[in-house]
Design a protein around this ligand. Structure first.
Ligand SMILES: Cc1cc2nc3c(=O)[nH]c(=O)nc-3n(C[C@H](O)[C@H](O)[C@H](O)COP(=O)(O)OP(=O)(O)OC[C@H]3O[C@@H](n4cnc5c(N)ncnc54)[C@H](O)[C@@H]3O)c2cc1C
Length: 445
């Protein structure tokens, strides 16, 4: 029986990062990674398969990081863990031992029990090449597409399927706006305007009652009495942590929240760690459970787990959530809490907003405006969140804001932050959006 020092279950963003980090800290360890799929899709690239990329084969994580770090790879499914013997068994009948193990089993698409979801042309977003090829085929014959869920994934699918040439694309969203869990209303409205401009219908404040058809879909029935014609339906309504293996092995899990881990990414078993979409997470601001599942969080947890396997070195941070997306020529980024979310959580907040061209002078070709909105806790002036929209620099600026949030910086500290600049690369230092959006609320306190 093969017995590596470190066994990693899961080979996507989290599993690979665990392997690379573990190799850095434990150069002599025998590391083995086992995953279900022969080739791993870049999960965040999946919507782009349907427009910009054109095929799942153009959206793959190469295995070079494993090869270059001397990590053995087995493609197989682990079906059980024996914690007393420190062994696992796979669907092909293989048995493997381990000294330390990391569960990086990720997440699965959420599929609620709505009538008609079992019909042939209803697709959830499984991270599976053959399944997505079926979806590509179905879309090529489709005229009417309905996407259920107006979060990032749903909207990215809508935009990319429109690019592919699907004639009628409709997004159904339960909340008053698409993206409302990541952005404040005024930004969601801009995104919706952009979607309409691109010929995509957004029906918000609507609930899907059923998907109706005979083998294939005919239409989607909404709670306001409308029936929306559909050849294909895509579900983009979130994910659930994949906890089955952990649960069956007796580790403590919450089906909705994930595998229980401590700040060192240890489960209740000292030889088993877990990281990524499969773990239970606590909100950075409130300490309550959060359903954020992002590779920014997963890879952070992976670096902590990988380093801590034989000696505790790092503590993980509670997640803040940093997102980004692009609809047409409108980029959006968001970090931390929205104003709406902060108020709902009970914070008294002040906000500041600033807009400026993303290069300077604005006559430089390719310049476009970028707007930043920052949300501060009123009493402490600590930054709780930020949203960015406009130019393609939005993602980078959202990451910058994310770092300020994680370090719990106050508005007065941000104002004295020294921000580098260059005409081709950044806003004018006089008009830097983050600096100005931080200074504006200070004048009101
Ligand atoms: C369509 C889509 C678009 C997204 N876009 C973005 C984006 O733009 N930005 C962003 O920040 N986030 C995005 N996300 C979220 C991001 O993709 C996830 O947070 C990320 O994939 C989590 O990585 P993970 O490695 O923890 O889990 P997963 O990617 O779910 O990987 C789990 C791994 O575990 C393996 N596994 C599971 N069970 C077993 C078993 N029993 N035996 C062996 N192997 C097993 C699987 O085969 C897989 O390799 C997107 C997600 C989706 C689905």
């Amino acid at each position: 029986m093969e017995k590596p020092d470190i066994l990693i279950i899961g080979g996507s963003a989290t599993g690979i990062t665990v392997a690379v980090s573990a190799r850095r800290y434990y150069p002599d360890a025998k590391i083995l990674l086992i995953r279900k799929e022969k080739q791993v899709l870049i999960p965040c690239g999946i919507p782009y398969i349907f427009g910009t990329l054109g095929s799942p084969d153009r959206n793959l994580i190469p295995d070079s990081a494993l090869r270059n770090n001397n990590v053995e790879l087995i493609v197989d499914e682990v079906v059980s863990i024996n914690r007393d013997r420190r062994t696992v068994e796979t669907s092909s009948g293989r048995r493997l031992g381990y000294e330390k193990m990391v569960l990086a089993t990720g997440s699965l698409p959420r599929v609620p029990p709505i009538p008609g979801f079992e019909l042939y042309s209803v697709f959830a977003v499984w991270k599976d090449i053959e399944y997505l090829k079926e979806l590509l085929k179905a879309l090529d014959e489709a005229k009417d597409l309905v996407i259920i869920g107006g979060g990032f994934i749903g909207l990215e699918f809508a935009d990319e399927c429109k690019k592919r040439g699907v004639v009628n694309v409709t997004v159904i969203e339960l909340l008053p706006h698409g993206l409302l869990l990541a952005c404040d209303e005024e930004i969601c409205v801009r995104v919706e305007e952009k979607l309409w401009e691109r010929g995509i219908n957004v029906l918000a404040n609507r609930k899907v009652e059923a998907v109706v058809g005979n083998k294939k879909v005919d239409y989607v029935k909404l709670d306001d009495g409308q029936n929306i014609k559909a050849d294909v339906v895509i579900l983009g309504i979130g994910v659930i942590p994949n906890v089955q293996l952990a649960r069956d092995s007796g580790l403590e899990v919450d089906e909705k929240e994930g595998i229980y881990v401590d700040e060192f990414m240890r489960t209740g078993d000292e030889n088993i760690f877990a990281a990524g979409d499969c773990t239970r997470k606590r909100c950075f601001f409130t300490g309550r459970p959060t359903f954020l599942r992002l590779p920014s969080i997963g890879t952070m947890e992976a670096r902590v787990a990988g380093a801590n396997l034989f000696r505790l070195r790092h503590r993980s941070e509670c997640p803040i959530g940093v997102f980004g997306t692009v609809i047409g020529d409108l980029a959006i980024g968001s970090a931390g809490m929205t104003e709406r979310e902060a108020r709902q959580a009970g914070f008294d907040v002040v906000t500041g907003e600033a807009e400026a061209p993303d290069k300077h002078p604005a006559s430089i070709p390719g310049t476009s405006d970028l707007t930043v909105k920052l949300v501060f806790e009123k009493d402490t002036r600590v930054l709780l969140g930020g949203q960015v929209y406009g130019s393609m620099t939005a993602g980078k600026v959202a990451n910058f804001i994310g770092a300020l949030i994680q370090k719990r910086m106050r508005a007065d500290e941000i104002v004295t932050f020294q921000v580098g600049t260059h005409p081709m690369l950044a806003a004018s230092p006089i008009a830097h959006q983050v600096e100005n959006a931080a200074e504006i609320p200070l004048t009101r306190l």
